[in-house]
Write a protein that binds this ligand. Sequence first.
Ligand code: SF4
Length: 338
Amino acid sequence: MKTKITSEWVDEKLKNGFLRNDLKLILASSDEEAEILYRAAREVRDQQFGRKAFIRAVVEFANSCRCSCLYCGMRLNNPDGMNFSLDHAELLAIARTAYENGIRTFFLQAAESESYGAIWLRDVIADIKELGMGVLLCVGVHQESDLDLWRDAGAYKFILKHETADKELFQRMKPGFTLEDRIEWLKILRRHDYHIGSGPLLGLPGQTVDSLVDDLFLLRDLHVEMSSVSVFLPAAGTPLENEPTGDPELGLRFIAAMRLFLKDTLIPATSTFERLLENGQYRCFQAGANVITVNMTPQKLRDDYTIYSDRFYVGLEHARKTIRKAGLVETTEGELLS
Ligand code: SF4
């Protein structure tokens, strides 16, 4: 007979640890069981961090990419690929606006490319740090020596999504790259004193619940400070454009599983949930998330950063409203972690 998830079951697992089958049960939970899990996940979040959430600002500053991930609209082989990059002054002006709006974490995101130089990025990081903001990078794999440059300039966190812990699926989705190398790069980031973030893309064609459980174990084994999940949405013009969208309800269960299993990681309410579900990001907070990212990429460039088609762009008002609706108090990352 299938084990039923109850509050007592969750309490016992929180005390004695979640095994592989327990995590599978969470991912396969009924709606009624999921509500029990979400409540428990909120309690764990509140014990670890208080009833608080913080906002970070992201700017996508370059979209030319040397990689060819099957699911991404910016892949090298996409004939519709556009190229843009923001200059130093534009980025600084955006960071200043974020600072003036009370945001203290600035997230520099770009496709994987040498189109912006390491020294250029170091100078951008240093100037944003000078404003009084923490700098988080998500720029893919580069020279190891660049990591020290950027960290010394003030970048202290680095996100590198592993996308899937299924080796074969990884290689199929990211031709020319291996999961082993990706994991090694996360370990290199750690050796260079970065706080690291990672997570899967949920709903990739051929992904299994077993591999999602592997994702959870991988995040735990890497001791990530930030864990996240995005839901697969097919991007136009890619080999996966006709594949079905991932299941956001399963994504919410994955958030709860991360909170219950990893406990003290920062978990963002990512924009794919808002795109796919009514009040999707509010529901992420209800499942244990505690971060939301506002998109400050200039309007004229956003549509050329095509991780998926018809993106939902999170604005500051929406982010603040969502935090309040979830009964959380907005804070800064520094305060949340102090
Ligand atoms: S997912 Fe990232 S690395 Fe892959 S093609 Fe898109 S921008 Fe490049």
